[in-house]
Design a protein around this ligand. Structure first.
Ligand SMILES: Nc1ncnc2c1ncn2[C@@H]1O[C@H](COP(=O)(O)OP(=O)(O)OP(=O)(O)O)[C@@H](O)[C@H]1O
Length: 223
């Protein structure tokens, strides 16, 4: 569904990522690790075509993005839910309005019952009318996950979703992501947290990718 073949990414003429080949098959669960600045966020941005490769081939759901127009790419991106590292909420809108935003942006009607159900699922039913600055770090991440799931995407990409959370809250977020994977969604989580990876591997057949020296590698089974 997301496929990279010999993909490279450069910023300002300098290559950050090289020769990356990967197929994210439906229902798979991947972690993405690597040192700070290795290119994890950049890799995720390639996966949802926020950035286009400077070389190589990127296909989303069977279509090579090079042959697609902006609207076609935007259409395919609706099948990918993203949990951004910094959540990216509109602070003047309520949590419920932020979560509903992706659907509203496509001109579709929001089913209020489904929205409440989604907020309950992430444990934020009582905070539906709160503003994002009033949420704790864990609540923000769960709201960001709800927003990513709002469009019923096939793929969820989460960039350091537990970065600032305590262990208990990290586990809570992880269990939501595992639940989504068990429902058939493809999940990719960028993280530095090896304990999180080890914990997840007890429950799901997760593969661990690592970015090292500009290349994407499959990490060993010791993780
Ligand atoms: N738009 C951009 N223009 C130029 N350089 C960029 C841009 N975006 C990222 N970079 C650089 O690319 C490198 C990789 O950044 P990226 O955010 O992908 O790494 P990361 O592995 O996610 O890091 P972290 O773990 O710290 O979040 C960094 O050196 C960053 O400064």
């Amino acid at each position: 569904m997301i496929e990279l073949q010999n993909v490279a990414m450069s910023y300002g003429g300098s290559e950050l990522l090289s020769e990356m080949t990967l197929k994210l098959v439906p229902g798979s669960f991947h972690f993405l690790t690597g040192p700070s600045g290795a290119g994890k966020t950049t890799f995720l941005k390639l996966c949802y075509a926020e950035l286009l490769p400077s070389a190589g081939q990127l296909s989303l759901f069977g279509s090579d993005v090079r042959g697609l127009g902006r609207d076609e790419i935007a259409g395919l991106r609706q099948r990918i839910g993203v949990v951004h590292q910094d959540c990216q909420f509109l602070d003047h809108l309520s949590v419920a309005e932020n979560v509903a935003l992706p659907l509203n942006a496509t001109g579709r009607n929001v089913n209020e019952g489904e929205l409440r159900e989604l907020l309950s699922w992430v444990g934020l039913r009582a905070q539906a009318e709160a503003l994002p600055p009033q949420l704790s770090g864990g609540e923000r991440q769960r709201a960001a996950l709800a927003r990513a799931v709002m469009m019923s995407p096939d793929v969820i990409l989460a960039d350091e979703p537990t970065g600032n959370l305590d262990w208990e809250m990290s586990l809570r977020l992880l269990s939501l992501l595992i639940e989504l994977n068990k429902m058939g969604k493809t999940v990719v989580i960028a993280t530095h947290d090896l304990n999180l990876i080890r914990t997840a591997k007890k429950e799901v057949a997760a593969r661990v990718l690592r970015i090292a020296n500009r290349h994407l590698q499959l990490a060993g089974a010791d993780l």
